[in-house]
Write a new protein. Structure first.
Lengths: 505, 510
């Protein structure tokens, strides 16, 4: 059983697809319930995987590997084969992210009660998206990673373009083209690495690239090649993360896509960018990554400040949150650029923490939009009076977002900056300005909605029981990580240690 | 050549060709004696059965070693077998397509259509199996002439007439260019047999005239790009594709293109493999920039122009130009990868393109229009048409878990796997692929995101079978490409391609 566990986990969302295919498309209620149950199954499988996962164990666990595709090249000096394997496995980092994926998926499925049409195709795409996201984190070679990476792209395109708001098609195209550019660069880099080294496995690649230069010369791998590959990878994942100035698509998606999908996108899909930076950037080319650390840190600070400034001036709550995501992803870069344990831990914590916080906040905005048909700040005021629970959760989410101690956001920001102060104090000092700005824009937006003069809301009932589930669970998770970060850091330590070892730290 | 010699040949290796020839002859005779008003539709069964029989006979030949008869004008090697499977499979699907093609114009010429199609197929098969410039050219012309007529089969349709006329004129020019190039090859070597040409190309005397070899290469290559609809001779494709009946368009874009790549591989690779270029460097390395520029230009022209098309057949014409550009990329790989990459991509291309044309035919005949608007709200109206079409488009765009992705991935391996990786060519290919997302996904957007009051599209049984078969193949090859690749490696030996057979004919030459 254990040997197939990960494959079952990756394919588990397909069970929902299968059931849905035999459900009549007009039966709204059953479809929505199948949607929720269909995401519970992957969550259950993920929990089983977690229990089978040895937290203190080093390296890859639950690995599976078999031959998949083979290209043979007949050459004068004999046949050379380029085998591609199906390789999956988890380490602490990917286990945490898979868990995050399955949890947020369940909550997004619950939030999908607000979807108004074509439920059947919606949930089929939803499940495919979930499969892609789990697969991305479980993949252990470039080929598989790329395939799952692209699998997330197509359902997203449909989900944005069909179920989104007014300018949904434009947002869908914007998403497709920007991410297409990212994956195009990624594919070229992957194939180039494959052809030079003859392997696509992460560990083997990391080993090959760590060989002394004299041996690498025989394989035609020069220093410039490594640097070129790293820059290509950074560029590809910078689109995904996104790093300013490549962020416009992401804002568009966050404004136009349906709320449950934004939960998934902001909560999980953006994290693929961070995951890629950690695994491919720092993991494969540590030396080159070190030499680029200052630039990465600089971009991190730019992201942080730029996102925060723009969030401060937005009039639409969705845009505030979208720019806040840009800003928060800057902290991931800052943590990575620090090249030490504190920074790395901060970056990974930020990935998880922001996944939870942004999912919560976007869920709440979705609720608000459903009530009022708007998410403009000027249309709201004094919501706390008639929707006290909603206002409370929103305030808590906002506080988590600005990094209040006791919440998950605090740990990650603190660690990331702690790391950066150690290596690049000036940059870190400038960056801390961003934290102040964050507090300002979060409070400005949240307080505008919850307090102040009461505006008329046609449909101002408080969170319903189905809406409370995602809100409370997410809030609980945020508090849990904030109060008991050791659970997470224990999971992550072996993975981070091995990356830091590569970085020579 | 006396009777003994003639009888000494192993004619059985030509079995697939004989079957096609026999069925084509039979069809023309039946067509002649059938009553004028009776329907020719049942003839499709006969034609289909003939192709199926030929296909099966190729599979029985898989174990036969390289055989050459008629002084190497006909060769049975793994190369010809592998590509003939593609040609036959493609034509078989086209037959099913045509049997459901409802247009009164075509009705009176339906009988002709079937035997012309088989004649064209025979020409293509000759191209796959010949190693002599003369017979290769005869095969090429047989394919071309039959195609010209097929394009104009709808006699009362102006577009169809225009299509045939343009095709024949530009085809004539291309033929002239090809022949011009071949005349140089012949002039330099004094031979028409490809292997003898290769031998003579290595002659030291030719070193002084190496620029002539380069010239011969460039002209011949340019002439042969006509059939694959690649730059510089791609201009005919949009007009011809637009006007010709849909099954003919499908045939031209898949089978005829495959045949074009076959002859390109045969002539170019064998003739010039040992030839010196200027300063006696191998010519194939020296002309690489030329091939790369052609490939890049084809990809750019095809994809960029496709952006502006509203007519779905024109759009697919440009799309197929772009695809030809992708398939040209392996020509720069200079390794045996070239065969497997081209073969696999053409296989994937066969399924995705014929599948797409099946949907186009169903829609355009129902709506009476070729405008891209016929796809409007298709997902709501006929999900069973919209979903397979989505697979085909995703595959054409090279998205994973489709055959098209594996094909493109392979092509990337070819382009980046050299000692000097061609990064910029890979980058052009990737950038144009991105451009192609715009028009491919536009079709998807129209199918899924727009609503329409249109009616459900009825899918006849034969078409449903083609759709299901193509969609399943696209997905299966996308998930398990080894099914096809293993078959290819198991039955294909690159050495056979270059193996010159000394036929024992001389013993009979008295």
């Amino acid at each position: 059983m254990n040997t197939w566990l990960l494959s079952i986990l990756i394919l588990s969302p397909l069970l929902g697809v299968l059931v849905l295919l035999f459900t009549p498309s007009q039966d709204e209620k059953s479809i929505k319930w199948i949607g929720i149950l269909g995401t519970l199954f992957p969550l259950g499988t993920a929990l089983v995987t977690l229990s089978a996962f040895n937290k203190s164990g080093e390296g890859l666990q639950l690995a599976e590997k078999f031959q998949w595709v083979s290209y043979e090249v007949f050459q004068s000096n004999g046949d050379v084969s380029y085998p591609i394997f199906y390789e999956v496995g988890v380490n602490g980092l990917s286990m945490v992210l898979i868990l995050l994926t399955t949890v947020v998926s369940v909550l997004a499925a619950i939030a999908s009660f607000s979807i108004k049409k074509d439920w059947k195709s919606y949930f089929i795409l939803f499940f495919l998206l979930e499969m892609g996201m789990i697969g991305v984190f479980a993949a252990q070679n470039l080929f598989l990673f790329f395939i799952f990476f692209e699998i997330t792209l197509i359902p997203m395109f449909f989900l944005i373009g069909r179920w989104g708001y007014l300018e949904k098609e434009k947002a869908a195209y914007s998403f497709l083209i920007y991410n297409g550019v990212g994956s195009a660069i990624l594919l070229i880099a992957f194939v180039a690495m494959f052809m030079k080294t003859g392997t696509m496995n992460f560990e083997q690649l990391a080993y090959t690239f760590s060989l002394p230069q004299s041996e690498l010369n025989d394989m035609h791998i020069t220093k410039n090649f490594k640097m070129g590959m790293l820059i290509a990878l950074l560029l590809a994942f910078a689109v995904k993360l996104p790093v300013a100035p490549l962020h416009s698509w992401m804002v568009r998606v966050h404004v136009q896509a349906p709320p449950p999908i934004v939960m998934l996108h902001s909560g999980i899909l953006l994290k693929i960018g961070a995951y890629g930076l950690i695994v491919f950037g720092a993991g494969l080319f540590p030396d080159q990554f070190e030499s680029l650390a200052f630039i990465i840190g600089l971009f991190g600070v730019i992201n942080l400040l730029y996102g925060a400034f723009l969030a401060l001036t937005q009039r639409d709550m969705k845009r505030v949150l979208a720019y806040s995501s840009v800003s928060h992803m800057g902290i991931v870069l800052i943590g990575l650029a620090a090249l030490n344990e504190a920074g790395m831990t901060g970056a990974v914590f930020q990935v998880v923490s922001h996944g939870l916080i942004s999912a919560l906040l976007f869920f709440l905005v979705g609720v608000l939009y459903e009530r009022a048909g708007s998410s403009l700040l000027k249309d709201f005021g004094g919501v706390a009076k008639r929707m006290p629970i909603f206002a409370g959760v929103l305030l808590a989410g906002g506080l988590a977002s600005l990094g209040l101690p006791g919440m998950s956001g605090f740990i990650s920001e603190f660690m990331a900056f702690l790391g950066l102060f150690e290596t690049m104090p000036v940059l870190a000092a400038v960056g801390t300005l961003g934290l102040i700005l964050t507090a300002v824009y979060v409070l400005r937006a949240v307080l505008a909605i919850t307090f102040g003069t009461e505006k008329e809301l046609t449909n101002a009932h408080d969170l319903s029981s189905t809406e409370r589930i995602p809100a409370f669970i997410l809030l609980a998770a945020i508090l849990f990580i904030g109060l008991y970060p050791a659970w997470l850091s224990d999971m992550l330590r072996p993975t981070l240690d091995s990356i830091l070892l590569g970085l020579g730290g | 050549m006396d009777l003994d010699t003639l009888l000494s040949f192993r004619w059985s290796v030509m079995l697939p060709e004989f079957i096609i020839l026999g069925v084509a002859t039979l069809l023309s005779v039946i067509d002649l004696f059938m009553k004028k008003e009776s329907s020719r539709k049942p003839l499709a069964w006969l034609a289909g059965a003939g192709i199926l029989a030929a296909l099966i006979s190729i599979f029985t030949q898989l174990d036969i070693e390289v055989t050459s008869i008629l002084y190497d004008t006909y060769r049975l090697d793994s190369f010809s077998k592998a590509f003939k499977i593609l040609l036959l499979l493609g034509t078989l699907l086209v037959i099913v397509l045509s049997s459901n093609y409802k247009k009164e114009d075509l009705e009176e010429n339906r009988g002709e259509f079937y035997y012309l199609l088989l004649a064209a197929l025979l020409g293509a098969m000759m191209m796959a199996s010949s190693a002599d410039l003369i017979t290769l050219f005869v095969g090429l012309e047989l394919l071309s002439l039959s195609s010209y007529v097929m394009a104009g089969l709808e006699r009362r349709n102006k577009r169809s007439n225009e299509s045939a006329f343009k095709y024949i004129v530009s085809g004539g020019i291309a033929t002239a260019i090809t022949l011009f190039g071949m005349s140089y090859i012949f002039g330099l070597t004094g031979e028409t047999n490809l292997f003898k040409i290769a031998e003579n190309m290595g002659n030291l005397e030719l070193l002084e005239h190496s620029f002539l070899i380069v010239f011969a290469f460039i002209i011949t290559f340019a002439g042969l790009t006509f059939k694959i609809a690649a730059a510089p001779l791609h201009m005919w494709a949009p007009d011809v594709y637009e006007g010709a009946p849909v099954p003919v368009t499908a045939f031209l874009s898949v089978v005829s293109k495959t045949a074009g790549f076959v002859i390109l591989l045969r002539v170019i690779i064998i003739c010039f493999i040992a030839a010196p270029g200027i300063d006696s460097d191998p010519i194939l390395l020296q002309v690489q920039p030329y091939v790369m520029v052609l490939a890049a230009a084809t990809m750019i022209i095809g994809n960029v122009t496709a952006l502006r098309q509203r007519d779905i057949k024109r759009m697919f014409a440009y799309s197929s130009i772009a695809q030809a550009g992708y398939i040209l990329v392996p020509f720069v790989s200079n390794s045996s990868l070239i065969f497997e990459l081209i073969w696999f991509y053409l296989l994937a291309y066969l399924f995705m393109n014929i599948g797409a044309f099946t949907v186009i035919q169903l829609l355009s005949s129902q709506e009476g229009s070729n405008d891209i608007g016929v796809f409007r709200g298709l997902f709501r109206r006929s999900p069973w048409l919209a979903v397979p079409m989505t697979f085909f488009i995703l595959s054409l765009a090279g998205i994973p878990i489709t055959a098209g992705f594996i094909g493109k991935f392979g092509i990337f391996m070819g382009a980046l796997g050299l000692e000097q990786p061609q990064y910029w060519l890979a980058a052009v290919m990737m950038a144009t692929t991105l451009i192609s997302y715009v028009y491919y996904f536009n079709i998807i957007a129209i199918m899924f995101f727009r609503d329409s009051e249109g009616t459900k599209v009825s899918i006849p049984g034969g078409m449903a079978a083609v759709l299901a078969f193509c969609a399943a193949s696209v997905l299966i090859l996308g998930v398990m490409p080894d099914l096809a690749l293993d078959f290819f490696y198991g039955n294909f030996d690159v050495n056979e391609f270059f193996m010159q057979i000394e036929t024992e004919v001389h013993t009979h030459d008295h």
